[in-house]
Design a protein around this ligand. Structure first.
Ligand code: PAF
Length: 281
């Protein structure tokens, strides 16, 4: 496994790489959710690049950039075990040198849900992902369904800017009790972790109701709201049942949709979602 830290090294390595080339973009502090992306990339491509970069432009001024969990040594050991070919871990000055002034905005879907609460977030994500796609030129790139809105934003970005990569969605990895894996789970105390189960319980309930034929969007949102509000350690940020094309809240769930929510528990802000999509036989 090669560890590369400059854009120049990465461009040279990509030129010498067998194809198809897969990219798994991460901010490090890897868990089984990231490793599921890596395993899928290993199955589908001839060489895999994992990027590790805590991207400053996607954090707001009051967010957890400085304290975002990091453990490069452990990350490298995990990736070595997965037989990853290249780890691209540039320092901030390599990605954003002095004078840097170009940003990518995806309009529309970025103004809702996470985008509404974190105004600079998706501009930062779209910018760094566009840079990674340009530097690595992956044939396939792998993103978790866990960050459902990010996945839609990256798909739009790749399509609109003709970035020529297939964006592959990998299902959310959960603990046996339902908690979606996230690097931010590291912030939870034992009691808070127990309270955090309310996110997956609420989503499971909504999925059950939807499978049972409930198509009233507000009734589904109300079910989630009620469950979160009944959990004393949880502070609800939003619940949503929105279509996957424009992320507009649905009155009637009559097209492919995503149920999602964001909840604060202690110092962690957690998000989770389930797709509400009819399976085609
Ligand atoms: O999902 C993440 O870890 C980040 O948002 C990403 C896609 C690596 C961009 O920094």
């Amino acid at each position: 496994m090669k560890l590369l830290t400059t854009v120049r090294q990465m461009v040279q390595a990509r030129e010498a790489s067998p194809r198809p080339l897969g990219l798994v973009p991460t901010m490090g502090y890897l868990h089984a959710g990231h490793l599921a992306l890596v395993k899928r990339a290993k199955e589908e491509t001839a060489a895999v690049v994992v990027s590790i970069f805590v991207n400053p432009t996607q954090f707001g001024p009051t967010e957890d950039m400085a304290t975002y969990p990091r453990d490069m040594e452990r990350d490298l050991a995990l990736l070595e075990q997965e037989r990853v070919d290249i780890v691209f871990a540039p320092p901030v000055e390599e990605m954003y040198p002095a004078g840097y002034s170009t940003y990518v905005e995806v309009e529309g879907i970025t103004s809702r849900l996470e985008g509404e609460r974190r105004p600079e977030h998706f501009r930062g994500v779209a910018t760094v992902v566009a840079k990674l796609f340009t530097i690595v030129r992956p044939d396939c790139s792998y993103f978790g369904q866990k960050d459902g809105q990010q996945l839609l934003v990256v798909r739009r970005l790749a399509q609109d800017l003709n970035l020529c990569t297939e964006v592959v969605a990998v299902p959310t990895v959960r603990e046996p009790d339902g908690l979606a894996l996230s690097s931010r789970n590291a912030y939870l105390s034992k009691q808070e972790r127990e309270a955090a189960l309310v996110l997956s319980r609420a989503l499971r309930r909504v999925e059950e109701l939807w499978r049972g034929g409930e198509r009233d969007g507000e009734a589904l949102r109300q079910e989630m709201r009620g469950m979160v509000q009944a959990e004393p350690l949880a502070e609800l940020d939003y619940v949503s049942v929105a279509d996957t094309a424009a992320l507009e809240e649905l009155g009637t769930v009559d097209r492919p949709a995503m149920a999602s929510l964001a909840v604060r528990i202690g110092r962690a802000r957690l998000i989770d979602n389930v797709p509400l999509v009819e399976e085609t036989p």
